[in-house]
Design a protein around this ligand. Structure first.
Ligand code: FES
Length: 163
């Protein structure tokens, strides 16, 4: 059975988040193996991972905050700053870039009145670049939340967003 570290402060995470992370820990021998899952749990509850929560997760997993920050930064679906209610990821790897992902991104930012990488003032949208989504034969590719959209045009996305 997993137990809390002796000095764990319980600040920075809700009881539900702690419980879910502890449950996840029961599946692994090595606490560091739970890093991404633990960050995903926090993000599921808050939509992003603030510094306070990251430090608490690191404490719970008995790793350094810097090490966990490295994991959070490497994994580009963990958000380290607040995001809008809808997050659009636009692939900017080579095939999508060659087929106009930059222009797509520009038009979308204009349409949604948001800067790339920022949250819109009304808190509705965030548009983020992402590396290859593995559907290069259908570039440009966009991911809205967990849905992958292929062969995208700005008009097609606008229609989806205007529904
Ligand atoms: S380059 Fe965009 S999906 Fe591969």
């Amino acid at each position: 059975m997993q137990t809390y570290p002796e000095k764990f402060s319980f600040d920075g995470l809700s009881p539900t988040e702690i419980q879910e992370i502890m449950t996840e820990l029961t599946h692994y021998e090595d606490k560091t193996a739970v890093s991404i899952e633990a960050l995903k749990i926090v993000q599921k509850h808050r939509r992003w991972v603030c510094d306070e929560a990251l430090i608490a997760v690191a404490e719970l997993l008995d790793i350094s905050p810097a090490q966990l920050e490295g994991v959070a930064t490497f994994y580009n679906l963990i958000y380290r700053q607040p995001v809008g209610k809808t997050v659009l990821h636009i692939c900017n790897s080579v095939t999508c870039w060659m087929l106009g992902s930059d222009q797509l991104s520009e038009r979308l930012c204009k349409h949604l009145q948001v800067e790339l990488g920022e949250m819109s003032v009304d808190g509705e949208y965030t548009i983020l670049p992402i590396v290859c989504l593995g559907a290069c034969d259908h570039a440009p590719v966009v991911m809205i939340e967990n849905e992958i959209l292929l062969d995208m045009t700005a008009d097609a996305i606008n229609k989806i967003l205007d529904r």
